[in-house]
Design a binder for this molecule. Structure first.
Ligand code: URA
Length: 440
């Protein structure tokens, strides 16, 4: 086979065969094809799209391009969740222990934040000593012993995606539906999931800013999963305003612990209960956890009764984290400077732009521009209002936690851009827009 022919087929709008896709991906991953040929194929895919069958074949070729995680000897049915990335999204810290508390083992590999999007590993590392780098053996052993493990990627899962993603980044081919969907799903399949709950974010703080695009992405990923023999649920959730109140690593861990104690912001709690319910529905395989009301009652009992918190504590302890920080979140890293952003007028909150709020936290050092940048776990912002809330001039809307006076001004400027007011009442934003179900 010749790369030039595969590229020409896609350039001319033809569907690629499974053999062509497998050959191209294998050759590129092994270093037998140059970047410029892979870039040409990516651009042809970007311009001409891919059929459902091609997208599935691309996903599987990437999923099996390196190591795969097989937990089938320790976990009968492995259920995973994936968030397409958001602002203040600390959902995994609550959902995983909650689901594990119901007797469903969870073994999840998460990522780090980049740009304005946060990452679960950065949040967990706000807990002193928490080890996210586990060997494959350790990962398996913790999954078997505790029924819960939350760490970074071990082994080389889906290396084709890693290489292609880096190339997409520098060739303006990231925002392509088949390329995004296959990239995300290849990693889930390589990580051994039997069922996947996708939390596809929509809005200003998300990859997909409008509902139609997000729905199409969600449907494409569900279709890939179903064709690859996986059970799938995709939830379309709002990301126009931050989820919960806290944006910043230690602040988000504290908020997650509050939720695990039955408290925390109402929107975040509700979001976690819904996503956990979807995970149980998949794990129940149509025989268990089919009644949504019963499932929600069980989840509320485990959240409010402290069972999920105990499971979280066990996970932190097993991965070397300082559990005294879980017992007393005041021991988490704290910032030295506390400032307040106050309402500039009376009115209703019409906008709390999630992207601007993320950049506000980023300016303080909560995020990273390049993979190699370090972050400050203590800094961030806590937003005390939601879209639709009525406020009075001078009311504290956001608390800023900083460690450098010089960074506060830039943070405040983003907060000013983020917030808009209306003189007339504004409807609150929904938490979820839709759910897409798919099963094999
Ligand atoms: N996240 C991924 O993992 N891949 C993409 O292509 C986009 C977002």
């Amino acid at each position: 086979m010749r790369a030039i022919d595969v590229i020409a087929h896609k350039r001319d709008g033809q569907a690629l065969s499974k053999e062509e896709i497998d050959w191209f991906i294998t050759s590129y991953t092994r270093g037998n094809l140059p970047d410029y040929q892979a870039a040409a194929l990516l651009m042809a895919i970007y311009l001409n799209g891919m059929s459902r069958e091609e997208t599935v074949n691309l996903t599987l070729a990437m999923a099996y391009s390196g190591d795969t995680l097989d937990l089938s000897d320790i976990i009968e049915y492995s259920v995973d969740k994936h968030s397409s990335g958001g602002v203040g999204d600390k959902t995994s810290l609550v959902v995983l222990p909650l689901v594990a508390s119901c007797g469903v083992p969870v073994a999840k590999m998460s990522g780090r934040g980049l740009g304005f999007s946060g990452g679960t590993l950065d949040k967990l590392e706000a807990i002193a000593g928490y080890r996210v780098n586990l060997s494959g053996e350790e990962f398996r052993a913790l999954a078997a012993r505790n029924g819960i493990v939350l760490a970074g990627q071990s082994g080389e899962l889906a290396p084709a995606d890693g290489k292609l993603y880096a190339l997409r980044d520098v060739t303006s081919t990231v925002p392509s539906l088949p390329l995004i969907a296959s990239s995300i799903m290849s990693k889930k399949i390589a990580a051994g999931a039997n069922g996947v709950v996708l939390d596809v974010k929509v809005g200003r703080g998300a990859f997909m800013t409008n509902l139609d695009d997000a729905r199409q992405l969600a449907q494409t990923m569900v279709d890939i999963g179903v064709d690859a023999g996986r059970d799938m649920i995709a939830a379309l959730s709002d990301m126009n305003q931050p989820l919960g109140e806290a944006v910043g690593n230690a602040l988000e861990v504290a908020e997650a612990i509050a939720a695990l104690k039955g408290g925390g912001p109402a929107d975040f709690r509700e979001h976690c209960l819904i996503v956990s319910g979807y995970m149980l529905r998949l794990a129940g395989q149509g025989a268990k956890w089919t009644d949504d009301d019963e499932v929600q009652a069980l989840l509320v009992e485990y959240l409010d009764g402290g069972v999920a918190l105990t499971t979280f504590r066990k996970m932190v302890e097993a991965q070397g984290g300082d559990v005294s920080m879980v017992d007393d979140p005041h021991k988490l890293p704290v910032a030295h400077i506390i400032a307040s952003f106050e309402a500039e007028q009376d009115g209703y909150i019409a906008q709390l732009a999630a992207d601007e709020i993320a950049w506000a936290a980023f300016e303080l050092g909560a995020g990273r521009e390049k993979k190699s940048d370090s972050i400050d776990p203590a800094v961030g912002v806590v937003v005390h209002v939601k879209v639709g809330d009525k406020v009075r001039r001078g009311a504290p809307l956001v608390t800023v936690y900083a460690n450098d006076d010089a960074k506060v001004e830039a943070c405040m400027a983003h907060l000013q851009n983020a917030i808009a007011y209306s003189d007339t009442p504004v409807d609150p934003l929904p938490l979820f827009y839709d759910t897409i179900y798919g099963s094999k």
